[in-house]
Write a protein that binds this ligand. Structure first.
Ligand SMILES: *Cc1c(COP(=O)(O)O)cnc(C)c1O
Length: 416
């Protein structure tokens, strides 16, 4: 039997607990949606003020040099890179995850075409975050060279479906719906043994689980900064390319920011001979500057400590829902094995949508994903053991009192 007192003792012993003070969350809110939009670091407003008032307002165009705006995508990329086992200058922050997938896919396909132009199958998961599938479809339609997308239903299907016709595999390191975590090293080895290349989507794993892209022999990775990294709404995404592929091919969105000598204003494109070739046009500097406020908090600790607390909190959330909410038709769809568990817990319930709305009305913010999935994000930087206790008590009340049955919890907003 787990008690509130027990949770309070775990909090008292938690060495990461002080980091919560670096975030500003509204009173009375338990925020279980940091896997969709990370919380606001206290420093973010101060940093935004400096960018807007000093760098933009006072220094004006000098800031491209003086404030390092021009180098910001690579400087930030190197900071983010420390969380994912990147070498210097393998990572940039730029554009969106969707756009970065397009650029990386084009690179991977061209590298493969140079080796063996008969490989025409791209593999992804049916349960991918939809933008990944949509972008692959758009890319295939654009190049119009007979490529086909094969969707696998579960990770276990990959060994049987991959073969010598496979060119590129696109996988989410952590599944956005179930929280399933792939073994990066094992899957890289499998994909490479068939001569294919792999693109990892890190949106739900960067800042959530330890990642070592080089040690696991990865090829390419893309991912969000506005989820676990707390970079702010719509903050630009990251993109990582293993050094061995960096100059193998220049991606097709060949804008001037990726040029070798942009200020030559040359009449034709020559790609930079480094990761900058993955940039396209002028970057959203204000939004990009805010990412640093979130990433700097990670650099005060390490991903192993965060992973330890994340697993303890997801264990607690699972155990408490079983202890407190048994008999209410909740089904855990997140893997229990640590080796395959990310940092959120998903529970299915036929009234999942209305339950999430009733929880939000009580100040417990999670989100809903089709079909029937209550998704509860666990962010060890700013959640405590007692937060999890109270969140489950609220869930219990919503279920016992059938609060979800109230009509106001059944109307759908644009964003669920
Ligand atoms: C959130 C998410 C995205 C979002 O892509 P954007 O281009 O930032 O909208 C992509 N892939 C996965 C797996 C995600 O979870």
């Amino acid at each position: 039997m787990i008690t509130l007192e027990q949770c309070q003792q775990w909090d008292a012993a938690d060495i990461l607990a002080p980091l919560k003070n670096q975030f500003e969350l509204p009173q009375g809110v338990i925020y279980l949606d940091g896997n969709s939009l990370g919380a606001k670091p206290r420093k973010a407003a101060e940093n935004a003020q400096a960018v807007i008032n000093q760098q933009w307002g006072t220094d004006l165009i000098n800031s491209w040099n003086k404030a390092g705006w021009w180098d910001l995508p690579v400087r930030l990329g190197n900071k983010v890179g420390q969380l994912i086992g990147a070498q210097e200058n393998e990572t940039v922050v730029t554009d969106t995850t969707s756009l970065n997938l397009f650029k990386i896919l084009a690179t991977a396909i061209h590298i493969q075409q140079n080796n063996d132009n008969n490989r025409k199958i791209i593999i992804a998961e049916r349960d991918s975050f939809p933008t990944d599938i949509y972008m692959i479809e758009g890319f295939m339609a654009l190049i119009n060279q007979g490529y086909q997308l094969h969707l696998i239903d579960t990770p276990a299907d990959l060994p049987a479906r991959i073969n010598e016709n496979t060119t590129v595999v696109v996988l989410s390191h952590v599944n956005y719906r179930t929280g399933y975590l792939h073994d990066m090293e094992e899957i890289n080895a499998l994909v490479h043994s068939h001569g294919a290349l792999l693109i990892w989507d890190l949106c739900h794993s960067i800042g959530a689980v330890p990642i070592d892209l080089n040690a696991s022999n990865s090829d390419f990775a893309i991912g969000c900064t506005y989820k676990y990294l707390n970079g702010g709404p719509g903050a630009p995404a990251m993109l990582w390319v293993n050094e061995r592929y960096q100059t193998a091919f220049s991606q097709p969105l060949s804008g001037w920011w990726g040029h070798a000598r942009p200020f030559d204003m040359a009449e034709s494109y020559t790609p930079a001979d480094n990761i900058r070739r993955y940039l396209c046009g002028t970057q959203p500097i204000v939004s990009m500057s805010l990412i640093e406020s979130g990433v700097d908090i990670f650099l005060q600790t390490d991903m192993q400590s965060l992973r330890h607390k994340s697993l303890q909190l997801t264990d607690l959330l699972i155990a408490l829902t079983e202890q407190e909410c048994a008999g209410h038709n909740l089904t855990l769809i997140t893997p229990r094995e640590y080796a395959h568990r990310g940092s959120h817990v998903s529970l299915r319930h036929p009234h999942g949508y209305a339950i999430v709305q009733a929880l939000i009305a009580r100040g417990v913010i999670g989100d809903y994903r089709e079909p029937e999935v209550i998704r509860l994000g666990v962010t060890p930087l700013y959640l405590s053991y007692t937060d999890i206790w109270h969140a489950v008590q609220h869930l219990k009340q919503v279920l016992i009192n059938e609060e979800w049955a109230q009509p106001q919890f059944h109307t759908r907003g644009q964003v669920t």
